[in-house]
Design a protein around this ligand. Structure first.
Ligand SMILES: NC(=O)c1ccc[n+]([C@@H]2O[C@H](COP(=O)([O-])OP(=O)(O)OC[C@H]3O[C@@H](n4cnc5c(N)ncnc54)[C@H](O)[C@@H]3O)[C@@H](O)[C@H]2O)c1
Length: 457
């Protein structure tokens, strides 16, 4: 079906977000968007190389909603489905500029070659550009990532000093671009729970001075970003901004944040299948998920403390989707087990198996097996790009920028972040609807409820 191209001026006649007034218009995406990436590993280099390949017309941005997705505006009979990037003012890929940090000195070409996600021919074409991006020295402490040890790291008298050095990096980069967003594509840190130091900005700043052990490197970067009013995304399951102190800082400085841990392979499938079972009132007694993975991420996750962080992030989705307290007969006794095994021969080509024990009418058991042979970073790269572009949009949107957590970006994340007291929404299709309705709302278009009775008047 042909779709009409429409302008950003939308005539609004249908349902609106009840009780919520738009705070003002979204500012245009003028000039350069600077993207500061923490960790030039498999995901980050695949994203950066991919953006350059798309800019040069060598490939299509498959998997990216911001680049390929459309959004329906108005009634189904209106046939109006513009591209999302034409409906909301997103930064153009030609205006995106990358920089970042890593604990190794390799430039992005060398790091991408090491990650071995993209083939040699593709990388060779992109080499002149990729080798110009060189990492700045990182904030790193092996206590938080046991399996890594790098030499390209900042030295400072305490964590405050390190945060100030990152702030100086941000300020210098800001002079070369018009807007900045930061994204953590670094390794998974050990499992940390919020402590007293995370309860307020004041306590956090004292903790930086006192080198509090509860403050991980990812939080030092995040603190620096949010202090500078820079939106921050987290691709790993680390605690990072999921603390009262950094949420407070995000709101105070109008620097949007979202949840954590890119939702790419197995959890992506879970948040598609589980809502389907629940919608049909199919019971589930067990869900066993196992993976083999051979990249550096797999090596880091081989450490039990980093694995614990990942496991917690992966476990949450089913519990929330199935709502066993509402459906005890169907989901009360579900046994959910997750395994990740480091297996070097596979590199970035992860293989995931799920065995799902379900039961139907009168309790009769059945089984479903899912075998996903995926490419981890091929799935993650467009998510990283979309998060960056949407966080920049949020920063330019008066309605969104001072709300701190951008729950509408849960769509991309294994661990959505929510306001205190709200349970996270994991169902991919509800997340997708929330995302698109947020875009409609900020542009003053009608929300889509899917009621559709008007077609039968
Ligand atoms: N690939 C996926 O599908 C996927 C999905 C969800 C989450 N993730 C998460 O995204 C993150 C990146 O994944 P990856 O496959 O690119 O891993 P990777 O190991 O290839 O890359 C991580 C990079 O971060 C660097 N690094 C570590 N600590 C750092 C620090 N403190 N400062 C700066 N750089 C630092 C490492 O040197 C490395 O280059 C991991 O935490 C992973 O768990 C990946």
């Amino acid at each position: 079906m042909a779709t009409k191209k429409i302008s950003n001026k939308v005539k609004a006649t249908g349902p609106k977000a009840s009780g919520i007034k738009r705070a003002g218009k979204v500012a245009p995406a003028k000039g350069k968007l600077g993207v500061m990436v923490i960790g030039f590993g498999a995901v980050a280099t695949t994203m950066i190389a991919g953006v350059e390949a798309v800019r040069r017309g060598l490939a299509k941005p498959i998997g990216s909603l911001t680049q390929m997705g459309t959004i329906r505006i108005g009634k189904r009979t209106d046939n109006t489905s513009p591209l999302i990037k034409e409906f909301v003012p997103l930064a153009d890929l030609n205006d995106v500029v990358f920089t970042g940090w890593d604990i190794f000195k390799d430039n992005v070409y060398e790091a991408a070659a090491h990650a071995a996600v993209l083939d040699k021919e593709t990388l060779a074409k992109l080499k002149p550009y990729l080798q110009t991006i060189k990492p700045m020295p990182a904030v790193f402490d092996q206590y938080y990532v046991k399996r890594l040890n790098g030499t390209h790291v900042k030295k400072g008298k305490n964590k405050r000093d390190l945060a100030d050095q990152v702030i100086a990096d941000i300020k210098a980069f800001k002079k070369t671009v018009d807007r900045v967003v930061m994204i953590w594509c670094g390794s998974t840190e050990i499992f940390l729970e919020p402590t007293a130091v995370h309860q307020s900005i004041k306590a956090f700043e004292k903790g930086l001075e006192a080198n509090d052990i509860g403050i991980a490197p990812s939080q030092i970067y995040a603190y620096a970003a949010l202090s500078e009013g820079v939106p921050f995304a987290n691709g790993a399951p680390n605690l990072t901004v999921d603390t009262p102190a950094l949420i407070e800082l995000s709101k105070k400085n109008a620097a949007p944040i979202c949840g954590k841990d890119f939702k790419t392979g197995q959890t992506f499938m879970k948040t598609v299948l589980a809502p389907a079972f629940k919608a049909r009132m199919i019971g589930v007694s067990g869900w066993f998920s196992t993976n083999i993975l051979g990249n550096r991420d797999g090596e880091v996750l081989d450490d039990p403390q980093s694995f614990k962080t990942k496991e917690e992030s992966k476990l949450g989705s089913l519990e929330y989707i199935f709502q066993p307290e509402l459906y005890p007969d169907l989901y009360k006794d579900i046994y959910h087990k997750i395994r990740i095994n480091y297996y070097p021969p596979r590199g970035d080509d992860k293989e995931a198996w799920d065995n799902i024990d379900i039961f139907g009418w009168l309790g009769y058991p059945m089984q479903i097996k899912v075998n996903f042979l995926c490419r981890d970073s091929i799935l993650a790269a467009p998510i990283a790009l979309d998060l960056v572009l949407f966080l920049d949009l949020a920063k330019r949107t008066p309605e969104l920028r001072s709300r701190g957590i951008q729950e509408w970006l849960s769509f991309y994340l294994k661990s959505p972040q929510t306001a205190a007291g709200l349970y996270p929404e994991h169902d991919l299709f509800i997340q997708s609807m929330k995302l698109k309705n947020t875009l409609r709302h900020i542009m003053g278009a009608d929300l889509i409820t899917h009621l559709g009775l008007e077609y039968y008047d």
